[in-house]
Design a protein around this ligand. Structure first.
Ligand code: ZN
Length: 212
């Protein structure tokens, strides 16, 4: 019983045929080739379907599988699909979060937390006295103009490390755009002191034609 988390390899594969590889036949099921990103790492879950039935992927931390609710028998063939526009928006916001983090680190800031949900995307740093949006925005714009490649690799101890060119590397289990040129309208919208931290709010979308 092995599940392959395809979403880690290909952000842009949003529909495929697979089969149920584990279930209790009644309340939960897991697919073999899994394109569903479960909520985690500050990134929301995909909007997902098995056949015509909408499902809500979650990580089952006890079993280590991404599972959905529903009565699906083991071995049953299923068509899995996610909302492509939402997937690309989530990937863009999340990748932009890495980029904003990199922009802060380049100024010597220490990241404390991140949230990449639509409408509330932000990266929080340990409080810094003089923090302005302009230098962050310039850093972000430069990296996007350079169209740095976004790549994931496994470290020697089995962690998935995501890199933005040579600019930034971080352990991460999220979905990312193919290269920073896939990002559109990344704007640092606010830099504010909040609860002992410096909060950088931002917006981002995916460029119209995604990597095929
Ligand atoms: Zn990531």
């Amino acid at each position: 019983m092995v599940q392959h988390n395809v979403y880690l390899d290909d952000t842009y594969l949003t529909e495929l045929d697979t089969e149920i590889v584990a279930s209790d036949g009644l309340t939960w099921a897991a697919v073999r080739d899994n394109i569903f990103h479960p909520q985690g790492g500050g990134q929301p879950a995909d909007r997902a379907w098995l056949g015509d039935q909408e499902v809500h992927p979650v990580k089952d931390h006890a079993g280590g599988l991404v599972v959905v609710e529903g009565a699906f028998a083991v071995g049953r063939p299923v068509r899995a699909r996610v909302d492509r526009d939402l997937r690309l928006l989530h990937a863009a916001l999340h990748t932009a979060g890495h980029l904003v983090e990199a922009a802060g680190r380049a100024q010597g800031w220490t990241m404390a937390a991140g949230n990449h949900f639509p409408g509330q995307a932000r990266v929080e740093f340990d409080f810094v006295e003089t923090a302005g949006a302009r230098s962050l925005q310039e850093f972000v714009d430069r990296a996007i103009a350079d169209d740095l490649k976004v790549a994931a690799e496994l470290s020697d101890d089995g962690h998935r490390i995501v890199r933005l060119g040579d600019l930034h590397a971080a352990p991460c289990g999220g979905t990312h755009v193919g290269s920073l040129g896939d990002l559109a309208s990344v704007r640092v919208t606010a830099v504010k002191a909040r609860k002992g931290r410096t909060r950088v709010s931002y917006t981002a979308t995916h460029a119209p034609s995604g990597t095929a």
